[in-house]
Design a protein around this ligand. Structure first.
Ligand code: M6R
Length: 613
């Protein structure tokens, strides 16, 4: 939530910062602002609404600077207005700050500052930081920021400048991410790597409690006591092209279509078909947990939580390990029974979701062995884990998660299959068959994506529906949840995912011709049961969109309504079929949202990375 970009160097700071903010807009998009300095003069520009409003304003009345900071906001304190947009400044107008996070004690600090005659102009929690730094300032911004940090309660990633300290930026981190990008006679700050990919591939990730000072020729890190620390920069192989739309109308559509490649990249080098095994050496010593853990706890949020539910199913079915899942936001508050014999897996695309991190830390504190499944190398989650299995989905920009989800399921399949091998819970032939099936998934995904036009046409008849029900059983229950989440977050239609067998215990009351029911009916163990549930819907005059395995003819005899639809998905092993059945649901959400005129990549009220609890 909230994106920060900072620049010092020979380029025009305004274009570097605005370009970086564009690549970070997925983090927050209710207001934006920039402050740059030139010839000792500060120029600040802020606007409510999307970044394009700021760009329009800069086009009409340009500003220039040689160093500066910028911000896209996801409002927490104070409505999204020009006045509340960052950057904020102190009473002298010489100290400027942008912030991602929440200052929990800001009301107390504000009261004290007002008593000391500071002029506070916004409703934000951030502005107090500028005034506190002002009080500490004695010629060194670095020192004054360091002395201010102990007064702040809460979480923050900060970037600051002082007009009187040319070509110098200070950053600090406690919680939300902050990276330093290293250039040649230029340096950068950002909330996330994509912002800086056109300029550098070399990054230093700030740790909690650390500060950074960047000038064009230096990037120095300090701990909270002011001692300089060193860190080897990490080289990030992501291509700048990956963070462009590449001819697609939206990032979400591009990312849906990138799933075969993301799946290939997540599998590559990890499957040994000859030996019938999975190579997960990258987990390091954590791998022992797959052999010995008495139970597994998986924590995650949102779409990643749906991947966790699939993971539970796989670990129990294949490796026979008792597994439970919990929302990151719930785990800590229920005194979880977790100990040294527990393997705690956190699943997160970003690796910076505050609730997931907090749950992971709780599990660690209770003695569990912490393992991460994550898409961002170097993120907080990966640094706190004893071992990480990276999903190689590449950068995901659309707020609605798609390719990260299927890559997470692949990662959980690899973990479950390897655990099964270590524990001897699966026949070698079954293991081999599943591994071989996995290698076929990317091309089956390609085939499934061929349904795009069909789903687009179907969406025409669904665009005005206000309520949807998604039903599935077994491993497809979380896929139904995911279908509903995708649809609601980007189309704003009300959509509920339900275990199909539970429908008759309540939700069936909702069924009539105006509530489309998306039923996941893959071939396999629960197919007949799903057919019965579909019949229950039809008996009540409901409209069904059935997703079936290609070749099935049973549903065709049940669904005779002109509004009903049958979507055929290429056949695969039952346990792998979620990877395919989720694809038409993503496309359905996309096309329905598009027809409803929604902002698909940046839906209202949401942000890509939720770094507050
Ligand atoms: O980065 P994470 O995977 O930890 O994010 C978790 C959720 O915030 C995320 O999946 C969210 O639910 C997406 N908007 C879903 O599309």
């Amino acid at each position: 939530m909230c994106g920060i970009v900072g620049y010092v160097g020979p380029r025009n700071a305004v274009s570097v910062i605005i370009g970086g903010l564009k690549r970070l807009e997925y983090r927050g998009y209710d207001s934006a602002g920039i402050a740059v300095v030139r010839d000792g003069r500060l120029m600040r520009r802020r606007t409510a609404g999307k970044l394009r409003h700021l760009e329009d304003s800069l086009r009409v009345d340009p500003i220039e600077g040689v160093f500066g900071i910028g911000h896209t906001r996801w409002a927490t304190h104070g409505r999204p207005s020009e006045e509340n947009a960052h950057p904020h400044q102190d009473c002298t107008g010489r100290i400027v700050v942008v912030h991602n996070g929440i200052i929990e004690n800001y009301l107390d600090l504000k009261r004290l500052l007002l008593e000391r005659n500071h002029r506070i102009e916004t409703q934000t929690d951030t502005e107090v930081i500028a005034h506190l730094v002002e009080e500490q300032y004695q010629g060194s911004l670095l020192e004054s920021v360091r002395n201010t940090l102990p007064k702040l309660k809460g979480v923050y990633a900060l970037a600051l400048l002082h007009v009187g300290e040319p070509q110098r930026l200070i950053a600090a981190r406690m919680g939300p991410p902050m990276v330093v990008g290293l250039g040649d006679h230029e340096n950068f700050l950002a909330s996330d790597i994509p912002a800086l990919l056109p300029y550098t591939k070399d990054f230093i990730f700030l740790d909690d409690g650390e500060l950074a000072e960047i000038t064009p020729d230096s990037a120095r890190l300090f701990d909270r006591h002011g001692h300089e620390t060193t860190r080897t920069p990490q080289r990030i192989a992501w291509d700048p092209i990956q963070v462009e739309k590449g001819g697609y109308r939206h990032f979400m559509l591009k990312e849906i279509h990138e799933q075969p490649q993301a799946a290939r990249d997540t599998l590559v080098g990890r499957i040994d078909l000859e030996a019938g095994d999975v190579n997960l050496e990258e987990l390091g010593p954590a791998i022992e947990g797959l052999r010995t853990a008495e139970r597994v706890v998986i924590v995650a949020c949102g779409t990643s939580w749906h991947a966790a539910l699939v993971g539970k199913f796989l670990l129990e079915r294949l490796a026979k390990i008792p597994t439970e899942t919990d929302y990151g936001s719930e785990f800590r508050y229920r005194e979880p029974l977790v100990g040294p014999s527990t393997l705690a897996i956190a699943i997160s695309q970003s690796g910076e979701t505050a609730d997931t991190l907090a749950a992971f830390r709780e599990a660690k504190a209770r003695g569990a062995l912490p393992v991460a499944v994550c898409n961002v190398r170097g993120s907080m989650l990966t640094r706190e884990a004893a071992g990480t299995l990276l999903t190689h989905a590449g950068p995901e920009i659309g707020v609605a998660s798609t390719k990260a989800f299927t890559s997470q399921i692949i990662a959980m399949l690899l973990i479950a299959l390897h655990a099964a091998r270590l524990r001897g819970t699966l026949e070698r032939n079954t293991l081999r068959a599943l591994l071989a099936g996995l290698t076929r998934i990317p091309s089956l995904m390609d085939q499934t994506l061929g349904l795009d036009n069909r789903i687009d046409a179907l969406s025409r008849t669904l665009a005005h529906a206000k309520d949807f029900l998604f039903i599935g059983r077994g491993i497809h229950y979380p896929i139904a949840l995911e279908g509903a989440l995708k649809l609601k977050e980007i189309s704003y239609a009300h959509a509920e995912g339900y275990p199909a067998g539970e429908m008759k215990h309540g939700p069936i009351a909702l069924i009539d011709e105006s509530v489309p029911v998306v039923a996941l009916c893959p071939a396999g163990r629960v197919f007949e049961k799903m057919v019965s549930n579909v019949q229950e819907v039809k008996a009540r005059g409901g409209r069904v969109i059935a997703l079936v395995t290609a070749g099935d003819s049973t549903l065709a005899s049940v669904l005779d309504g002109t509004d009903d639809a049958i979507i055929e998905i290429p056949p695969s092993e039952e346990l792998l079929s979620p990877l395919l059945f989720v694809v038409p649901q993503q496309l359905l959400a996309y096309h329905v949202a598009l027809r409803a005129g929604r902002d698909v990549d940046q839906p209202r009220n949401l942000a890509k990375s939720v770094t507050v609890e």
